[in-house]
Design a protein around this ligand. Structure first.
Ligand code: GUN
Length: 313
């Protein structure tokens, strides 16, 4: 078997087109341009690239985008003061503080300082709790992107066995909630999990988010499994060139899986697209307008019940 690649880049492009349409409708009907503030502390090269991409794509869909680059010496108080100003800024609907933060800054205190209504990362404990309680919430972008990718290749998730490897607040934990809500039987695993290969072999869907290059081997997979690789690791190949690799041994896994996401070009673009979608959703719900939760993934068109409806104001 040779797995079909799930093209996250193309699927994200469709989602971004949908978001751009929503931004245009918001502008036309309500004179509102949703605003996104992205805060970067320090000069971590990977974080700098992510922040640039987020800012550029926000502008491309018509959002107002502001980038704040603070030195790694910034104090926690200074960062909290900036967040407070952004909380009060009516033109800002979404606030993202890129992680990781330098060691002298308390990550949780910073995340808790963000107005939950502007928490487009879905990391505030208020949104985490609402997600866990099954209430409408701003949910983290990468898990939303993973579920979206899975739904492009399997229409009914009910009853499927999924293993999520990695239990981070950013990916593993919220993803387990979303997949459970979709009817999956979810095994939450991590690097220390005993019998990891055996547990993987039972799964219809394997999501690798452990941050460990090449962890999931081909022989760990049930034939026909769907494999979603969230890992982004830097590795040096045999010619000495640094390249990005995932948590899945891609060539081996492709021989057994039915569908597989590549790295790069799989989950990564979906994370950014959902940041834009969350920003529009935050702008809509903050103003007491109707929250759009149903984007037609396949076509990028307005969901059928919305089509032609002046749904904003
Ligand atoms: N660092 C790695 N992934 C993310 C993310 O999705 N959001 C933020 N804010 N920081 C990250």
């Amino acid at each position: 078997m040779n797995a079909i690649r799930i093209d996250g880049k193309a699927i994200a492009e469709i989602l971004r087109a949908r978001v751009a349409w929503e931004v245009a409708v918001l502008q036309e009907e309500c004179d509102v341009t949703p605003g996104l503030a992205v805060v970067l502390v320090g000069k971590d090269p990977a974080s700098s690239v992510y922040v640039k991409t987020k800012t550029r794509q926000a502008e491309a869909v018509g959002l107002k985008s502001q980038q704040y680059v603070l030195p790694s010496s910034v104090t926690e108080t200074e960062l909290l003061t900036l967040i407070e100003a952004l909380n009060l800024d009516e033109s800002i609907d979404g606030i993202l503080v890129q992680l990781p933060l330098p060691g002298h800054i308390d990550r949780l205190r910073v995340l808790e300082a963000i107005d939950p209504a502007k928490d487009v990362d879905g990391f505030h404990p208020y949104n985490v709790g609402r997600l866990a309680a099954g209430c409408p919430a701003l949910a983290p972008c990468t898990p939303l992107g993973v579920v979206h990718l899975i739904k492009t290749v399997v229409s009914d998730l009910n009853g499927l066995d999924v293993i999520v490897i990695g239990r981070s607040n950013i990916v593993g934990k919220p993803l387990a909630i979303l997949l459970g809500d979709a009817g999956c039987t979810v095994t939450g695993a991590q690097l220390q999990t005993r019998n990891l290969p055996e547990l993987c072999r039972r799964a219809d869907i394997v999501v690798a988010a452990a941050g460990c290059a090449g962890l999931v081997r081909g022989e760990w997979l049930k034939p026909g499994a769907i494999v979603i690789d969230v890992g982004i690791n830097r590795a040096i190949d045999s010619t000495g060139v640094t390249k990005l690799v995932g948590d899945v041994a891609f060539a081996e896994a492709s021989k057994r899986a039915s569908y597989i996401t590549p790295v790069p070009g799989g989950v990564g673009p979906m994370t950014v697209a959902y940041l834009l979608a969350n920003t529009v959703n935050a702008a809509i719900s903050r103003r007491g307008l109707s929250l759009v939760t149903d984007r037609d993934a396949a076509s990028g068109q307005p969901a059928s019940e919305m089509r032609g409806v002046r749904w904003i104001c």
